[in-house]
Write a protein that binds this ligand. Sequence first.
Ligand SMILES: *[C@@H]1O[C@H](CO)[C@@H](O)[C@H](O)[C@H]1NC(C)=O
Ligand SMILES: *[C@@H]1O[C@H](CO)[C@@H](O)[C@H](O)[C@H]1NC(C)=O
Ligand SMILES: *[C@@H]1O[C@H](CO)[C@@H](O)[C@H](O)[C@H]1NC(C)=O
Ligand SMILES: *[C@@H]1O[C@H](CO)[C@@H](O)[C@H](O)[C@H]1NC(C)=O
Ligand SMILES: *[C@@H]1O[C@H](CO)[C@@H](O)[C@H](O)[C@H]1NC(C)=O
Ligand SMILES: *[C@@H]1O[C@H](CO)[C@@H](O)[C@H](O)[C@H]1NC(C)=O
Length: 371
Amino acid sequence: MITRIRSLIVLLSFLFVNMPEISANSSKNVSIAVIGAGFAGLAAVGHLRELGFEDITVFEGSNRFGGRVYSIPYGKGRIQMGAQWVNGKNNAIYKIAEKMGLVVGELADDDVFESANIFAGKCGISETLVNEFYDFAIPLEEKYTSFADASKGSYNISIADLYEDDFQAFLNKKWRSRKELGHLDALSRFYKGYFEGEWGAFKDLALANFDQWDDDENELKAYVLDSTGYWGVAKYLKQRVPDEMIEYNHVVRKINYSGEKTTIMIENGSNLKFYPKKFDYVIVTTSLGHLKKHARSMFKPQLPKKKLEAIDRLGFGNLLKVDLVYDEPWWNENSSTLATLRVKGCSESHPLMSHFHSFDALEWADNQIES
Ligand SMILES: *[C@@H]1O[C@H](CO)[C@@H](O)[C@H](O)[C@H]1NC(C)=O
Ligand SMILES: *[C@@H]1O[C@H](CO)[C@@H](O)[C@H](O)[C@H]1NC(C)=O
Ligand SMILES: *[C@@H]1O[C@H](CO)[C@@H](O)[C@H](O)[C@H]1NC(C)=O
Ligand SMILES: *[C@@H]1O[C@H](CO)[C@@H](O)[C@H](O)[C@H]1NC(C)=O
Ligand SMILES: *[C@@H]1O[C@H](CO)[C@@H](O)[C@H](O)[C@H]1NC(C)=O
Ligand SMILES: *[C@@H]1O[C@H](CO)[C@@H](O)[C@H](O)[C@H]1NC(C)=O
């Protein structure tokens, strides 16, 4: 599965609470709490410090910075448990990655299919059938994009619904043997897996995404980072935030901004306790998932209805990554994707593998593939 997560850094969760205009000309003698030491939190602190604000406390629930960007050292590099690729150049992440010399290549979305090496177990698979399926499937993304453009207002249809109809129509075009149907079903799962990887969703993916997603590139592609990956971007952002400003292992449960100063309650075991300092301003950068679960209990007064509704309606998907390490590579070095199709009766892989439809060779390790 290709895990190029689009707009992983959910800047939408960059909520400003009790925060009129902090501008370069306002008094610098104000205390600011930033909730979360992920990318949004670290970037906010860096920016505030550039403007001259120094009385800042960052509350981080875990014992590390980086948030959804989380990488662990492995072999000659780092395995990116979170964000991995950069979509488009016209964004802050790309600019930092380029400045730090992290960008080492690019990957066109179509490569997933065009250069895929297909494995279908002991039965093999006909190249003609694969090409027939590709001819059907590859133009779909463009088709759905035009459809989304044309159907403003009614684009809350899910991509999965459109696809399943199209796939049925494709199957019905001519008689297929049971074996062909099995292979087409596996190819279809590979294609859906590509969507799951690209967008983090398929069943719940609204057509709206195709109209609103814009990475400012002529064709869909992702930039590949070196063995340091997003960790390099995280370190860059962290440089501007002194350690003394961050309170690690501080899980914020309540933010009371109804008074003159904002009070914050921290979880401590099963108790809550007031953080001793009070703040003039609070910036909340917790993830959308955290807000979905806690937004209604976290803020005093309650967030505006409009924001709560947006938090409810926005969605995101889950991805599970698996890295496989071999003594020697067994795959063709020139294929960027290894499609591992599970066809009934043709392979005896572990049931867990039914969730992984394709693997990619890692840029920086020739004996490692990742799904
Ligand atoms: C800051 O400057 C802007 C424009 O110059 C002005 O409109 C605003 O009132 C100023 N804010 C403060 C707090 O002085
Ligand atoms: C900053 O604010 C604090 C508390 O509001 C006050 O005690 C202190 O004198 C102020 N410092 C300056 C330099 O204005
Ligand atoms: C899609 O939007 C229309 C119009 O806003 C609404 O009537 C319909 O219930 C929505 N469908 C879904 C599945 O949310
Ligand atoms: C929130 O703060 C206000 C003003 O300081 C206070 O009156 C109120 O009791 C607090 N509410 C809660 C639930 O702590
Ligand atoms: C939680 O409580 C323990 C025991 O009172 C204390 O040592 C610890 O510092 C507290 N943690 C936080 C985050 O306040
Ligand atoms: C990979 O591509 C290069 C350059 O086109 C070629 O020389 C090499 O033989 C290819 N390797 C395999 C295993 O096909």
